[in-house]
Design a protein around this ligand. Structure first.
Ligand SMILES: [Zn+2]
Length: 206
């Protein structure tokens, strides 16, 4: 399977310096003749075009600056394992498995909106949460249950409990954990379609 790893991509934005050429044209005023008025200076704005790659790189830098919260309450970042690139059957995992006892509160890693409460064969009970600018989706899976009253469209703050660690979906019953990942949304902003971003550096960097 083709894997495109662009998470650590650093976008290089070229700054264009606009050189203004001031052409001063001085017409001689004549009392006896009417001269056409000539613009004395031409200022041409230079617009730097950002490539899609540069924009995505910028968004990742913004994400890094947010200092995401560990989505499992009380989990020590030192215990976090980077299993994003491990294979799971035919697929790449593209998420982190954060091991924790069943029932441990799962908290929003960032401010945002509960976009979708979804149950799937693999993920079990899951939450998709947009960040505030709707550039990223946070995905929380294998939940034991949702927090009471959690609903689509709700605004959540970083640290708000959204559910509890479990083993629904294809997680082993004896190894409850949170399957957590980040998707970078495309311009169409579909919660189910995005490029997986490894959360590891964003959760351990402080
Ligand atoms: Zn997983």
């Amino acid at each position: 399977m083709l894997s495109v790893k662009a998470t650590a991509m650093v976008a290089l934005v070229a700054a264009l310096a606009a050189v203004g050429i001031a052409a001063a044209v001085k017409g001689r005023a004549s009392a006896t003749r009417v001269s056409p008025i000539v613009p004395t200076a031409a200022v041409v704005p230079v617009v730097a075009k950002a490539t899609p790659t540069a924009t995505q790189g910028d968004d990742l830098q913004v994400l890094a600056a947010r200092h995401l919260l560990m989505p499992v309450q009380g989990f020590d970042p030192k215990g976090l394992r980077d299993n994003f690139d491990e294979s799971r059957g035919m697929r790449r995992h593209e998420a982190l498995d954060i091991m924790a006892p069943r029932g441990t509160p799962v908290v929003a890693a960032d401010d945002g909106t509960i976009t979708k409460l979804f149950r799937s064969v693999a993920g079990g009970i899951t939450v998709y949460q947009y960040d505030m600018p709707e550039k990223f989706v946070y995905y929380y899976a294998h939940l034991d249950r949702y927090r009471d009253g959690l609903a689509e469209g709700q605004a959540v703050k970083r640290g708000d409990v959204i559910g509890y660690v479990g083993s629904t979906g294809n997680a082993p019953a004896n190894a409850p954990h949170l399957h957590f990942t980040i998707f970078q949304l495309g311009p169409e902003k579909k919660w189910w379609r995005g490029k997986a971003v490894n959360p590891y550096p964003y959760l351990v960097a402080r």
